[in-house]
Design a binder for this molecule. Structure first.
Ligand SMILES: *[C@@H]1O[C@H](CO)[C@@H](O)[C@H](O)[C@H]1NC(C)=O
Ligand SMILES: *[C@@H]1O[C@H](CO)[C@@H](O)[C@H](O)[C@H]1NC(C)=O
Length: 778
């Protein structure tokens, strides 16, 4: 603009009035550029492997001591977005394929970000959220109650998370470029049911009548469009538990949300490969599709296959080039990979086991109020749509979310516009005064209580019933467990009354040995991106609790009279974010004491406390005021105790190498699509090397006469890596790799490879690889 004026000034003498017209025209153009341009923000996305230890480690979620990881269904990832105003504020949102966020992980990630970027990313503007898969390694939380079943703290689980989150944020930071964000919403009807409807029914009828369903059916999706690269990713929020995989599953899995993310990223990469480069109609598979010479003579293929026998296991370098990830093969080197995250929201009482809960002995529906069968909880299980196949249920619930997300992605047109902002506060929930409306008018002050869990907590849920004789909807408790409880910590009268009608099983908030059993200081946070507001909550809100919180915040924002928030204000809850404190039910649901009510830690007014604190944040956001930072949560890393023994050594029988095939594909065999190929290798403990951003298992296709191209790895839904020992203390182990040939697989010659790392007694870690005989897919 200065240049323009100068040149006008130099070459012409123009009347002042015309000059002003020019200036206003230029100003209007400048203004409309900023308002109408697509690139009102800087956006960057990132993603990194957080799979963690695939053996020996207890899985987080079901609190089942016998659910120990022994292989991989598909990998876990941390997916991040950063949105920044070009000269202003920024926010970071990280979605973890993990059961929940952990206070300690959050603290350590923030320390690393501070070391790297100074004060650019702090607890104020970074949110780290878990999808609630119950099939990831545990032991990464700091409070005792969450690491009892994992035999204490597991450093490998913790490190994989901290490293992966940091790397995904660094990627997002380095990808920051001008771009825009679109928001879209839609209903998905068949991916969640209420698993505690008897508690839901205790909410006031007048409130329930405002809603068509007893769970939230809405998905809210953000579509990220880079000015240079076009669409680079999407994040969505939808409420359903990560419990499609059962409490007996031992393969690491992102459950239905992780699956949906994998499907959507693959869908996008394949579609963009289709339109950008290949120009063919049918691209069955990103890599096999680039194979130019398609062999199609079956006899010729068999002949070719028979010349590739299994090769003995041999030493390999750390990341063998052959083990490079399938997914990087088709990507343009400089283009950021497409990142699609399926985030969790108010899933507290929402089960993906949509067929309902049935007794496994009789097949009849479980008791409505208590989820029992003949008075006992152990036999009552929810059924997913793929029942009895949990992998199928995971796929179907994942696919339903994926399909809805693609719809919303393709039709998103409402652009996010306006300020980036945030507010964050730490709040001590153990003794918070909460002002609530009084029946018949006025208000009263009530209090939250130090954390405690009720008897129905131990009953578990229909997604994973507990092992002992507990039942949901229990407001009395049983004498035996009362005795056990008293050995740990007997709650005093004040605590008992504060939690009433919850009968206290574990008085976790008052148990401090060897260190804190439960959190009392919790983070609450609001992130704002234009007309979208994200509420970061450190737990699992039930359906009605989530509705009340969202409504309270939205009402506050839109009725403020500031004019900043109109009727198009979108409020989403990011569940299980920044730390974990179990459940949050409504006051009325709490009275019923189902699992969710028994797990609402701070007493009957927990939800009201959240609403009060979020209203404070919202008010500060509108008024441009700061909020009190609040008390720092403790960093208990140095106090952590671990009972999980390290890998002592790996060995093989005499004359056998690591990586040798123990059970090969049958000679000269041909497999049809849909059938399963199984190969067993002599292996070693996967904890020796997590193969982060690598793979333990690979399917390769033959290109030409002697070039093998990776086509599927252990991040693929169709490939399962199962690891086993003959007995618990045996140094010997085997890896079973199962490939169910997808309908889209190309015709051709294939082989299966295994990658691992073995530990010698007293010695170093040695990587190895092994290869099956070739076979034909026809
Ligand atoms: C496999 O096929 C090859 C070539 O077609 C043949 O030479 C070989 O004998 C066959 N092996 C078996 C076990 O059938
Ligand atoms: C569940 O409990 C409520 C309240 O006690 C009772 O009215 C209702 O009949 C019970 N429902 C069933 C199916 O047992």
């Amino acid at each position: 603009m200065m240049e323009l004026l100068a040149s006008i000034g130099c070459h012409f003498r123009i009347p002042l009035k015309t000059m002003w017209l020019w200036i206003s025209l230029v100003l209007v153009l400048q203004y409309s550029k900023t308002v109408l341009s697509d690139s009102n923000y800087l956006i960057g996305l990132g993603s990194y492997d957080i799979t963690g230890p695939a053996a020996d480690v207890n899985m987080m979620g079901y609190a089942n001591t016998e659910q120990i990881a022994s292989g991989i269904h598909f990998r876990l990832r941390a997916r991040s977005f950063i949105v920044a105003e070009p000269q202003g504020k920024r926010v970071v949102f990280v979605n973890l394929d993990a059961c929940m966020a952990s206070q300690l992980v959050t603290i350590k990630v923030l320390e690393r970000l501070k070391a790297r970027y100074g004060n650019l990313y702090t607890e104020q503007n970074v949110a780290i959220s878990g999808i609630h898969t119950h099939a990831g390694p545990g032991g990464y939380l700091q409070y005792v109650v969450y690491i009892v079943t994992s035999l204490g703290f597991v450093h490998q689980s913790f490190d994989a998370l901290v490293d992966g989150i940091e790397k995904s944020i660094v990627q997002a930071h380095e990808n920051l470029q001008p771009g825009s964000i679109f928001v879209n919403k839609g209903e998905l009807l068949d991916a969640g049911v209420n698993r505690s409807p008897s508690a839901y029914l205790n909410n006031p009828a007048s409130e329930r009548s405002k809603y068509k369903y007893n769970v939230d059916k809405e998905m809210t999706l953000l579509k990220f469009v880079d000015d240079q690269w076009g669409p680079v990713g999407s994040f969505n929020w939808f409420a359903t538990h990560g419990t499609s995989m059962s409490r007996t599953n031992s393969l690491i899995s992102g459950d239905n949300k992780g699956a949906a993310a994998r499907f959507m990223e693959d869908w996008f990469e394949q579609n963009s490969a289709k339109s950008d480069e290949l120009g063919t109609d049918e691209i069955p598979r990103r890599v096999s599709s680039i194979i130019s010479s398609i062999h199609n003579n079956h006899h010729e293929l068999l002949e070719l296959a028979s010349s590739f026998q299994s090769s003995p296991g041999k030493p390999a370098t750390r990341i063998s080039s052959a083990a490079r990830r399938v997914r990087s093969a088709l990507r343009q080197a400089d283009k950021p990979g497409f990142v699609s995250a399926f985030c969790q929201t108010n899933c507290g009482d929402v089960s993906p086991n949509v067929l309902g809960a049935f007794c496994i002995d009789t097949g009849v529906p479980c008791d409505f109020n208590h989820s029992t069968c003949g008075g006992k909880n152990e036999l009552c299980y929810g059924r997913g749509p793929g029942y009895p196949d949990e992998f199928e249920s995971t796929r179907i619930i994942g696919e339903r979310q994926f399909n809805k997300a693609v719809d919303l992605f393709n039709t998103a047109s409402e652009q996010l516009k306006g300020k980036i902002d945030y507010r964050h506060s730490y709040v001590d929930f153990s003794q918070l005064e909460v002002t609530i409306p009084k029946e018949g008018g006025g208000s009263e002050v009530v209090k939250t209580c130090p954390a405690a869990m009720g008897f129905a907590f131990a009953a578990g849920t229909t997604d994973g019933p507990g092992a002992f004789d507990f039942k949901q909807g229990d407001d009395k408790g049983n004498p035996f467990w009362r005795l056990v409880r008293n050995l740990l910590k007997a709650p005093d009268k004040k605590q008992v009354e504060c939690h009433s009608p919850k009968p206290i099983l574990l008085d976790t908030g008052e148990m401090k040995q060897p260190y804190d059993w439960a959190p009392s200081i919790l983070p609450v946070q609001i992130l704002r991106i234009g007309q979208l507001v994200i509420l970061s909550v450190p737990g699992e809100f039930t359906t009605m609790s989530g509705r009340r919180l969202r409504d309270a915040v939205k009402t506050m924002l839109t009725s403020s009279g500031s004019g900043e928030f109109g009727s198009n204000t979108h409020v989403v809850i990011a569940g299980l974010t920044n730390t974990y404190s179990q459940y949050i039910t409504s006051f009325e649901e709490y009275q019923i004491q189902r699992y969710e009510g028994a797990s609402t830690l701070y007493g009957p007014h927990t939800l009201s406390a959240y609403i009060q604190e979020f209203q404070k944040l919202a008010s500060a956001l509108i008024k441009g005021q700061t909020v009190e930072p609040g008390p720092q949560p403790p960093d208990l890393l140095k106090k952590q105790i671990s009972f999980l023994t390290p890998v002592v050594m790996d060995s093989t029988p005499a004359g056998v190498n690591f990586g040798d095939v123990s059970s090969d594909v049958p000679a000269n065999s041909t497999f049809k699509r849909g059938s399963t190929v199984t190969v067993v290798f002599w292996s070693a403990c996967p904890r020796n090397d997590l193969m982060t951003e690598g793979t333990f298992a690979l399917v390769e296709i033959l290109q030409g006469k002697d070039t093998w191209v990776p086509t599927y790895d252990d991040d693929d839904f169709c490939l399962r890596f199962k690891w086993s020992r003959p007995s618990k203390l045996s140094p010997r182990s085997q890896a079973t790799i199962e490939w169910t040939i997808p309908p889209s697989a190309s015709l051709g010659v294939y082989r299966i490879r295994h990658f691992g790392a073995a530990k010698r007694l007293m010695g170093s870690i040695q990587h190895f690889t092994g290869t099956s005989s070739a076979f034909v897919v026809a």
